[in-house]
Design a protein around this ligand. Structure first.
Ligand SMILES: [Zn+2]
Ligand SMILES: [Zn+2]
Length: 376
């Protein structure tokens, strides 16, 4: 089982005890499970610790140098040793207790963040809106003001740790005698006990409630936009500071408009005659009805931009555009009279050639079509 202990620590075979200690200290900081919980790293930490355990002990190191495995001799399991020590204890061992400052922990902790989905219409996304939201959240307990103690009572100093929140003990380890400090098991590190918890919040310092908040939503938000409302989350345990509330915008699909960035796109189907002769049509926009000029000779697939009729840019002035994509509708059911007129038109334009020989884009088509429709 024993690998190359010198290689594990990255030291030469004639390394001094001080060099070995320094190498282990550097690796322990890097590999300790409290710092790096990755399983592969933990495996490496065990190897390194085992190597240090052998090489830092003159007797074991001598055995190892002579070709014996001290672990096999002693029967101690590899790695079951320092891995069980909290990282801070190892650092305490190297730097002396107190290198990591601790003390009584406050009961107050920050509240969690919360996320709320808000569905908006396209127009609300475009122009912004104000929403009243009902939030199910935790607020500071009105009975104890977050203290968690029953009215008229106070927290009592913990008799086990004397209010320090931590207890010290000296243990033997591979480093010799080590003074370790741990959170006090009696008071959980708080230094105080609450003998009479507040009856309303059970000592938690907060109660659940429904709260209504009015939230302004800026123009230009889109599907997936997150709006952070600092401090609007739930109050923390022990009356700790509140977390944040995040609004996640969900944009409802629109019947007519498709949003691409801050531009809107829609399709407008117009009759063949209107495309050929030109027309003025009323179209719907987010700002209400709008007159659009269809130029004579408009083709299927052409687009008409309405500048500034799109979505307001978020946190910026100006708006996107509304792009109208024109589709020309070819008539499908012609009565006898309509068919005769179209045949006359085709004959006038010399378009009676069989299919395949029709030459599109002939000059003068639209003016003549217009004349034909106007009865000239
Ligand atoms: Zn309370
Ligand atoms: Zn205590």
């Amino acid at each position: 089982m024993a690998g190359d202990y010198y290689a594990a620590l990255g030291v030469r075979r004639d390394a001094s005890p001080e060099e070995i200690k320094r190498a282990y200290r550097r690796l322990a900081r890097e590999l300790h499970p409290d710092v790096n919980p990755d399983p592969h790293t933990q495996e490496r930490f065990k190897e390194v610790t085992q190597a240090y355990e052998v090489l830092s002990d003159p007797d074991k190191r001598q055995m190892y140098d002579l070709g014996a495995d001290p672990f096999a001799a002693s029967g101690a399991g590899p790695g079951g040793f320092a891995a069980g020590f909290p990282f801070s204890d190892i650092m305490d061992a190297f730097f002396g207790a107190g290198a990591t400052t601790r003390g009584p922990r406050s009961r107050a902790r920050r509240g969690r963040n919360a996320t709320l989905r808000v569905e908006l219409d396209l127009a609300e996304c475009a122009f912004g809106t104000t929403r009243e939201l009902v939030v199910n959240t935790a607020v500071v307990c009105p009975t104890c003001s977050g203290e968690g103690t029953a009215p008229g009572t106070h927290p009592e100093t913990c008799e086990v740790c004397g209010g320090r929140g931590e207890v010290s003990q000296v243990t033997r380890s591979f480093l010799g005698q080590v003074m370790t400090t741990r959170p006090c098991p009696r008071c959980g590190g708080h230094g105080t006990l609450v003998p009479h918890p507040c009856p309303e919040c059970d000592g938690d310092g907060r109660v659940r409630t429904r709260r209504t908040i009015k939230v302004p939503i800026p123009a230009g938000v889109e599907d997936g936009t997150h709006i952070q409302l600092a401090g609007e989350g739930e109050v923390g345990p022990g009356g700790g500071p509140p977390g944040d509330l995040f609004l996640e915008i969900v944009q409802r699909p629109h019947q007519i408009f498709e949003r691409r960035g801050d531009d809107l796109h829609c399709t407008l189907t117009i009759p063949m005659a209107a495309a050929a002769l030109g027309a003025t049509l009323t179209v719907e926009t987010l700002d209400g009805n709008h007159q659009v000029d269809i130029r004579p000779g408009t083709q299927s697939g052409q687009s008409i931009p309405l500048y500034g009729k799109g979505i307001q840019h978020l946190n910026d002035s100006g708006r996107g555009d509304l792009v109208i994509h024109v589709t020309v509708e070819t008539p499908t059911k012609l009565d006898t009279e309509q068919e005769r007129l179209l045949r006359d038109l085709a004959r006038l334009r010399g378009e009676e050639a069989p299919p395949g020989k029709f030459a599109p884009g002939q000059h003068g088509f639209f003016s003549r079509l217009r004349d034909a429709f106007n009865g000239r």
